[in-house]
Ligand binder design. Structure first.
Ligand SMILES: NC(=O)c1ccc[n+]([C@@H]2O[C@H](COP(=O)([O-])OP(=O)(O)OC[C@H]3O[C@@H](n4cnc5c(N)ncnc54)[C@H](O)[C@@H]3O)[C@@H](O)[C@H]2O)c1
Ligand SMILES: [Zn+2]
Length: 360
């Protein structure tokens, strides 16, 4: 399947989604590269061990640049290693960087591409569900700073995104589920059919039944592409993508990014937001319950009973999505529809945190 993303003039690109694309990378990438221009592949030792042979078969070429992934490696020092390899390999402005990895490598490789020689073209080959439905699209790239997550970054759109759902088979169940919570997010903000599909086929999806994943990933990409096209720099509409993220980010921060996979924290955040919406009478009881049931069926989440509500509220005050003191909060008003409000009170937030299991 093919989705096109049009963030602004001259920056359009395609997202190609199909089973087995990894084995055909050279064909897919060929039209993008000028004759003779060097191509570089960036990945991690782990991903290369699992999928390197398939990638090398589909894209014969030079040795890949391998750097560690995982959140702890998402730093400028790792970017420096990518620059080193590009310089040693005599990369120039016509070179293309093909980034094969999860969201960490995608953000980091995209940032290297954004800054090396003031910007070289790059291609995203996302290998986690989270990266396929979210981080590979939208052009936000960057790394963490010791004082905070994603503080160093840029906007740099890829030339192409190539998603092969077959690579997701080697993800741990937990990692796959973490991405699936973002799929639930898209369903709740913009697609009732996607929500119904998740409810009807959750078991097969978790078993990674190939024919089911292509249209699901495509639907998420379509939604993100639509939002990004309407609002490249997160002024308004793009905020709806933050459904579940205000509380989610706070939970990640108070646990120092060690307890939750991002999607797991977002799952709590969606529950909290849905609770507030229902308490306000903005979300019907049956829709609230349908979301709760789906999240419960997806499996257990890390515990929150030891986490302090007050600490979590404090973390929300520091969220960078708080613009000039105003918290823009995404409330679900139906399955497939949200509203952005700025009048959520501390009491509502605190009560919703208690509702989802935090202590006082
Ligand atoms: N740019 C954006 O718009 C955006 C959006 C959402 C998230 N993000 C970023 O994405 C990052 C999280 O991404 P992630 O969840 O993909 O984490 P990740 O990149 O750290 O990958 C998770 C783990 O899965 C492993 N892995 C990757 N692909 C695999 C495969 N096919 N089989 C087996 N193991 C595999 C990795 O080695 C890693 O250990 C965060 O840093 C977050 O800030 C960015
Ligand atoms: Zn997210």
């Amino acid at each position: 399947m093919h989705i096109s993303v049009q963030p602004g003039p001259g920056t359009g690109y395609a997202v190609e989604i199909d089973n087995g694309l990894l084995g055909r990378l050279a064909d897919v990438l060929q039209p993008l590269l000028p004759e003779g221009a060097p191509r570089f592949v960036l990945s991690s030792p782990r991903i290369w061990r699992l999928h390197g042979a398939a990638i090398a078969a589909g894209l014969p070429g030079p040795e890949p640049i391998l750097v560690p992934d995982g959140e702890r490696a998402k730093h400028l020092t790792t970017v420096q290693r990518v620059y080193d390899a590009l310089i040693r390999g005599r990369a120039d402005r016509s070179s293309q960087l093909v980034v094969v990895g999860g969201g960490v490598l995608g953000d980091l490789g995209g940032f290297a591409a954004a800054t090396f020689l003031r910007g070289i073209p790059y291609v995203q080959v996302p290998t986690t569900l989270l990266a396929q439905v979210d981080s590979a699209i939208g052009g936000k790239v960057g790394v963490n700073h010791p004082l905070g997550k994603n503080l160093i970054g840029a906007f740099h759109h890829p030339r192409l995104v190539v998603s092969d759902p077959l690579v997701l088979r080697t993800l741990s169940r937990r990692e796959f589920r973490a991405g699936l919570y973002e799929v639930v997010k898209y369903a709740v903000i913009a697609s009732r059919p996607l929500f119904d599909q998740l409810v009807a086929t959750l078991r097969q999806i978790v078993a990674r039944q190939a024919d089911l994943l292509v249209p699901i990933i495509a639907e998420c990409c379509r939604i993100k592409a639509e939002v990004v096209a309407a609002d490249e720099r997160e002024q308004g509409l793009r905020r709806t993508l933050n459904f579940g993220h205000t509380v989610g980010h706070a939970l990640e921060a108070v646990t120092k990014y060690r307890r939750f996979r991002h999607g797991e924290a977002v799952a709590y955040g969606m529950r909290a937001a849905a609770w507030i919406a229902r308490a306000r009478g903005a979300l019907a009881a049956d829709a609230h319950e349908a979301l709760g049931e789906l999240l419960t069926r997806m499996g257990p989440l890390p515990a929150v009973a030891d986490l302090s509500t007050a600490a979590c509220l404090e973390a929300m005050r520091h969220d960078k999505k708080v613009v000039r003191g105003t918290l823009h909060f995404v409330l679900p008003v139906d399955i497939g529809r949200t509203a952005i409000v700025t009048d959520v009170t501390e009491l509502e937030l605190a009560t919703s945190l208690r509702e989802v299991g935090l202590r006082i």
